[in-house]
Design a protein around this ligand. Structure first.
Ligand code: SAH
Length: 303
């Protein structure tokens, strides 16, 4: 658990790019740089241009960062990279202030500064943390929100919901708000994510509808006690998703829906095989920015 407030960012590096390259570079940098020392954000500014910004807690080694950007986005991007000092601003707030709201189906994921931009027919999800994954800007999160939009339109509405790997809590909050069911169970292996997600649930007046669990995988007893689930979201990665297929299948109610994401398009088939082996059948596939979200169903009549 991180009890201290985050350090202010001392420096920032920025480079402009088209949307796809910006997201690719941001993903690459997020995976490569130390999350304790940096925050990476890709955002669209009002004029439609995309920028990747890296916030550093300490003065960065500019040559090393340029080399990294060259690796992730080529020499032109590395040369165009600019460095500047950031004066005593909260770096998380600084990285989020530039984030445009993201619409997916009936949902609008936005920061506090964009609260007023929600239309009356949209369900707003206010997310104020950039240190946990899930601001709606990633193709996997948007894919899951579109899947939820589709599921919420079905006649048979899920009552027990699990969000495995909740990050900022975005999917659990969206499900709680769209379906108004107590209780959505939301878990994460990362304690900071659980704390961030809990704060976000509170900010969205969804705290009474979400129960948070800090746990790796699904073996904690509380998962079984709260189940069986009618709807499970798991936006993680192919490796853990494959390992989780069997324990997840044991927690599903008949007729349950499973939404899997975090899969590159080329990995979707492997995930499908692992879940088919547990008796699930594919229902839909959503492809966004090179990422696949799968909607699968466990046969049987819903309760
Ligand atoms: N659900 C959010 C966040 C997805 S990022 C969204 O859709 O935007 C994936 C999250 O899964 C991360 O927060 C990570 O900490 C968590 N995670 C990764 N492996 C996990 C595991 N084995 N058990 C639980 N959580 C895990």
């Amino acid at each position: 658990m991180v009890d201290n407030p985050l350090p202010a960012a001392s420096h920032c590096a920025r480079v402009g790019a088209d949307r796809a390259s910006a997201q690719r570079l941001a993903d690459f940098l997020t995976e490569t740089l130390d999350a304790q020392e940096t925050v990476v954000a890709a955002f669209e500014s009002a004029d439609g241009q995309w920028t990747v910004a890296i916030y550093f807690a300490a003065p960065p080694n500019e040559t090393a960062i340029r080399a990294l950007v060259a690796l992730g986005a080529g020499a032109d991007a590395a040369n165009a990279l600019t460095f500047e000092r950031v004066e005593s601003r909260d770096w998380v707030a600084a990285s989020l202030a530039g984030l445009a709201p993201v619409a997916a189906g009936r949902f609008l994921v936005h920061g506090r500064h964009d609260r007023a931009r929600r239309r009356s027919n949209q369900i707003g999800i206010e997310i104020e943390a950039a240190l946990a994954f899930g601001t709606g800007h990633h193709g996997t999160t948007r894919g899951c929100l579109l899947a939820l939009d589709f599921i919420a339109k079905q006649k048979q509405r899920p009552r027990k919901i699990l969000d495995l790997g909740t990050g900022t809590g975005v999917l659990a909050i969206a499900a709680a708000k769209a379906l108004r069911v107590p209780v959505v169970v939301a878990s994460d292996i990362d304690r900071l994510s659980v704390r961030v997600a809990r704060d976000n649930a509170r900010a969205n007046s969804a705290a009474p509808l979400v129960e948070f669990i800090h746990a790796a995988g699904l073996s904690a007893h509380r998962f079984r006690r709260r189940g069986p689930y009618d709807l499970v979201f798991a936006n993680i990665l192919l490796g853990p998703l494959t390992q989780l297929a069997r324990p997840m299948a044991r927690l599903l109610a008949p007729g349950a829906t499973v939404v899997l994401s975090g899969l590159l398009n080329s990995q979707a088939q492997a995930a499908l095989l692992a879940y088919r082996a547990q008796g699930l059948v594919p229902q839909r596939r959503i492809v966004l920015d090179g990422w696949t979200t799968l909607i699968l169903r466990r046969p049987g009549l819903p309760r």
